[in-house]
Design a protein. Structure first.
Length: 561
């Protein structure tokens, strides 16, 4: 069945989806084999509990003798071996033929195998391995029922009888079963095709290939897949055109984008449905039907989660386009991070759904992932810490790329915010890289978000400055600050601070309403130059650190004798 899955793949898949499909196809043989070997003998009648007169150890011993050469299971196994190899005359040995039927032995064996393949599959594990057959089924000791099915509403039974020939005792299909072969065969929907293949002397096409598909079915599956894909593309386009017309009548924009996005998943879904309907005409065996059901179900899961995966782009784009997100950079970053996590979750859930479709125990996978996750968490503790640190930075948004910030003992510009670390460019043009896990715990100071910048200084005038000069300087400095167009008028401080060691100190503090450091430097320079002019016009001057040394000369006094 793996070959049938390849034509169903889209011609242009995104990388994550292509990787998912490729991994599934690599696992397909093992999955299908597991499905084929896990079929229960639902067609066999359940033995009555009260009919068992034989001790339980007898049946157990028979089941342990799985290789008994004269058991019904051994006879069926040899019949299937011969039919799989196309040795119809050898297979005819296991049919109870009369003289009239003997010349048609090979044909009857071939038709009986076709009947068993046509949804009347016999599971060997359900057949008795005891040479005496099943003793608790209410049938005579030399009669064994191996299959029960319905034809035109009538219940039919396929039985075997114990017989012998020159090679010894063995089991063969009963005369009544052999007599019903032609009638059953005529009811098969594909009997005309089988007769045409035999008439054309192409009997090899009736032999089973991998996964219990006959070779003519293997030839039909790729053709059916290509036709289903072509028709699925047509129906997908028609469906999308109809949905676009419906979405155009709504005032929303997101539904139009969503319909255009899910075009390829729609094509895949239609193709899978058409392929499933067409496969009904192939009259597959039960194992092949189960395998086909697993493949189609997995394909539907792929189409569904593929559509969800693509729809996350539409939803994230719509959220980012909202006014509240356009005005909030942190919201846009958070939406982008959330969209990535959503796509990852969809991809993981899709993989689990596909594995479940193939019958793989998802609970075991989840348990294994839990144990592996613990081991991974211990081994990659720092990596996980940095990953969650990046999420914390994305949610809190303490800074953005291009911001001028102070981190602990250095200042610099944010150059890149990655999933593991953040890079800063310092004033000396060096590059500082800090892991996000450590960065999320450090003291961060952002200069980018300041609404105004502070000018704070202490001016020192010489001690020769008079009271009138000091008063003129104070008034001139405050006037310069308040007249500046970029000053914040609510707080301007120009006060005589005190008598310093070598100067008369004036405290100056004000805030400039500028967004960048360069503009603040220009405003500061302009104000300082005018400060110098005020001091000069007042007749004073700026002080500088000085120290006065007083030398005292003491007269010499005579010492007493």
């Amino acid at each position: 069945m793996m070959a049938s899955a390849f034509p169903l793949l889209p011609t242009k898949l995104s990388r994550p989806m292509f990787a998912l499909m490729a991994s599934l196809l690599l696992w397909l043989p093992a999955m299908v084999t597991a499905q084929a070997t896990d079929i229960k003998p639902a067609a066999l009648p359940a033995p009555p509990a009260a009919a068992s007169s034989q001790p339980a150890t007898s049946q157990t011993a028979g089941e342990e003798a799985a290789g008994a050469r004269d058991s019904p299971r051994a006879a069926l196994r040899q019949f299937f071996v011969a039919t799989r190899a196309g040795h119809w005359n050898d297979a005819a040995r296991y049919l109870s033929l009369n003289e009239e039927q003997r010349p048609r032995g090979a044909q009857l064996a071939q038709r009986l195998k076709a009947i068993i393949d046509g949804h009347h599959w016999i599971e060997l594990e359900a057949i008795s391995a005891d040479s005496r057959g099943r003793l608790d089924d209410g049938l005579p000791a030399d009669l064994e029922e191996v299959n029960r099915f319905s034809v035109d509403g009538r219940e039919e039974r396929m039985r075997m009888v114990r017989t012998s020939d020159a090679q010894g005792a063995y089991w063969a299909f009963s005369p009544r079963t052999v007599a019903r072969i032609d009638t059953w065969y005529a009811k098969l929907p594909d009997h005309w095709l089988r007769d045409a293949i035999v008439y054309a002397d192409l009997d090899v096409l009736l032999l089973p290939g991998p996964f219990e598909l006959l070779w003519w079915q293997w030839c039909a599956v790729p053709i059916l897949a290509l036709v289903a894909w072509a028709l699925g593309g047509v129906l997908g386009r028609l469906t999308r055109a109809l949905l676009i017309r419906i979405a155009a009548r709504t005032p929303n924009v997101w539904d139009d984008q969503l319909v255009r996005t899910i075009g390829r998943p729609l094509t895949l879904g239609w193709a899978l449905g058409l392929f499933w309907l067409g496969a009904q005409a192939l009259v597959l065996t039960d194992p092949a039907y189960r395998a086909l059901d697993a493949v189609v179900t997995a394909g539907v899961m792929v189409a569904l989660f593929w559509a969800l995966w693509r729809s996350t782009h539409v939803m994230s784009d719509q959220l980012i386009a909202r006014p509240w997100a356009e005005q909030n950079a942190s919201a846009r970053t958070l939406i982008a991070v959330g969209s990535n996590f959503a796509r990852g979750a969809i991809l993981g859930l899709g993989a689990l759904a596909v594995l479940s479709a193939f019958g793989y125990p998802v609970g075991t996978v989840l348990a294994g992932l839990g144990i592996g996750g613990l081991a991974f968490a211990f081994g990659a503790q720092k990596t996980i810490e940095n990953l969650f640190g990046s999420v914390s930075l994305a949610v809190d948004q303490p800074f953005r790329v291009g911001d001028f910030v102070k981190v602990e003992d250095f200042v610099g510009t944010v150059e890149n915010i990655g999933m593991r670390s953040t890079r800063f460019r310092t004033l000396d043009r060096t590059l500082v890289i800090i892991p996000n896990g450590k960065l999320s715990e450090q003291r961060l100071e952002s200069f980018q978000v300041r609404d105004r910048m502070r000018l704070a200084m202490t001016l020192g005038l010489t001690y020769g400055t008079t009271h009138e000069q000091m008063q003129a300087v104070l008034e001139g400095l405050e006037r310069i600050l308040r007249d500046h167009p970029r000053i914040w008028p609510d707080a301007v401080v120009v006060k005589f601070l005190g008598f310093g060691a070598s100067s008369l100190d004036i405290e100056v503090m004000a805030w400039f309403q500028v967004p960048t450091w360069a503009e603040f430097q220009a405003c500061r320079q302009e104000v300082l130059l005018r400060f110098m002019q005020v001091v000069e016009q007042a007749g004073s001057s700026f002080a500088f650190p000085t120290r006065t040394v007083h030398v005292v000369h003491e007269s010499a006094t005579p010492q007493p004798a």
